[in-house]
Design a protein around this ligand. Structure first.
Ligand code: URA
Length: 430
């Protein structure tokens, strides 16, 4: 296709007028935007037209393909074992990658997980792992390949070579109110995962107050769109819709979530974290053709913990080093006795973020020790005056704002009030 086959105004006007974009218009606009020939203001106008008028399955598939083609595509087909990866759309207390990657590797399936840093109220996997002394997120492709062969699991930063069009477009969407478009979210996530070269993919699509998708309907639409994109690209893809109205586990932050993950690998840890880790592991193993292996047995055997230790060491981390602790803590006591009937994921996520566990801008540092620990989960009995939450930070001046975000963050009902738990796994889309 000649490089000047189209012009930006023609493509924007077509989507503004609700027309279907042609394959050549899509290839051209993504390529030209990546090369800097379509201006940011033109691409933001097109992104807004897509947010308002949508794209059909053919357009989304072509858009994703064009973003993949903007960069390199990794290939793990020469590894001695099959590969499977997991992507979560982001939630509060979502440390699942940490126990999941070594567990699936211990079951015989390699996990090449290219991850990101957190922005806003949801934490980033790399931020959590960077709480471990010495651990290094940046690996070359050769190091990644070698670690996958020797250890079986790698969690590292995605290099600049993967889907550069998405990198540029995501940053633009972030500042133009166009993040929420399902076709753009689906193509953004799937272009990176398909370019990463995994053989099987499990999507953990979060639903609820602490998630991108607040309703089951919108989460299902996103999941179905992503599953179709994966299948079109020949990647065995399944999605679980999982609850994110309550935060996962008993902590949100960086070092505190590493500790909780190590507890799971040691055979303990909160029941919901164990349940979701095993549910996702089963899907990854089945997708990679190893559905005969029982991850619960492997977790109980301690083999996943061995892989965790090797995985951390391979990236220069010390799995035995004490984890950083925040300098200051503040305990929130339960204001009354009864049953905790709600702990809001968004409120907890905002509090952890305001305490320093997350960042407001890409370049901000995070505090390894900051975060929130909760001492009860919905359905548990609490006693007036006993600790309900502990807030952790290095900067005590952050407590007031964190407390403000928790003000309407939980409900305690009189003892004996029936409590109906929300299922953790809401649906499965294949
Ligand atoms: N995560 C991504 O990688 N892209 C999006 O568009 C939204 C969430």
């Amino acid at each position: 296709m000649p490089e000047n086959a189209h012009d930006a105004v023609e493509v924007i006007s077509a989507k503004r007028d609700r027309l279907e974009l042609s394959g050549s218009q899509i290839d051209w606009v993504i390529g030209a935007y990546t090369r800097g020939e379509v201006a940011d203001e033109q691409m933001s106008s097109l992104a807004m037209a897509i947010l308002l008028n949508g794209m059909n399955r053919r357009e989304i598939s072509r858009w994703t393909g064009a973003m993949i083609a903007s960069g390199e595509r990794m290939d793990f087909s020469t590894l001695s074992r099959p590969t499977a990866d997991k992507h979560s759309t982001g939630g509060v207390g979502d440390k699942i990658t940490l126990p999941l990657a070594p567990l699936v590797a211990a079951c015989g399936v390699a996990v090449p997980q290219l991850s990101g840093r957190g922005l806003g109220h949801t934490g980033g996997t790399l931020d959590k792992l960077e709480a471990i002394a010495g651990w290094r997120a940046g690996l070359s492709n050769e190091e990644m390949f070698a670690q996958l062969e020797s250890v079986g699991a790698v969690v590292c930063a995605a290099g600049d070579g993967l889907a550069p069009a998405d990198k540029k477009l995501y940053a633009l969407r972030d500042v133009t109110g166009t993040v929420e478009a399902i076709p753009l979210i689906a193509s953004s996530i799937m272009s990176k995962k398909i370019a990463e070269g995994t053989g099987a993919l499990v999507l953990d699509v979060k639903v609820g107050t602490g998630a991108f998708m607040k309703s089951v309907e919108s989460a299902r639409e996103l999941a179905e769109t992503m599953v179709a994109l994966g299948q079109d690209a020949g990647v065995h893809t399944v999605a679980l819709l999982t609850d994110m109205s309550t935060p996962l586990g008993l902590s949100a932050g960086n070092a505190v979530e590493v500790q909780e993950s190590v507890d799971v690998l040691a055979g303990g840890g909160p029941a919901d974290v164990v349940e979701l880790t095993l549910a996702l592991a089963r899907e990854m193993l089945a997708g990679a053709g190893r559905g005969d292996v029982d991850p619960a047995e492997v977790l109980a055997s301690g083999r996943a913990m061995d892989v965790w230790r090797r995985m951390i060491r391979a990236q220069d981390g010390d799995p035995d080093a004490p984890l950083p602790r925040a300098r200051e803590s503040h305990v929130v006591a339960a204001p009354s006795s009864g049953v905790l009937t709600r702990l809001d994921a968004m409120a907890v996520g905002m509090a952890a973020w305001r305490l320093g566990a997350g960042r407001a801008r890409k370049e901000d540092p995070v505090q390894a020790g900051a975060g929130v620990v909760w001492h009860a989960r919905p359905g548990d009995t609490v006693t007036a005056g006993e600790p309900l939450l502990t807030l952790l930070t290095d900067d005590p001046e952050r407590f007031d704002r964190a407390l403000a975000s928790l003000e309407d963050g939980y409900d305690i009902a009189p003892a004996g009030t029936p409590y109906e738990p929300t299922p953790l796994v809401i649906d499965r889309i294949a």
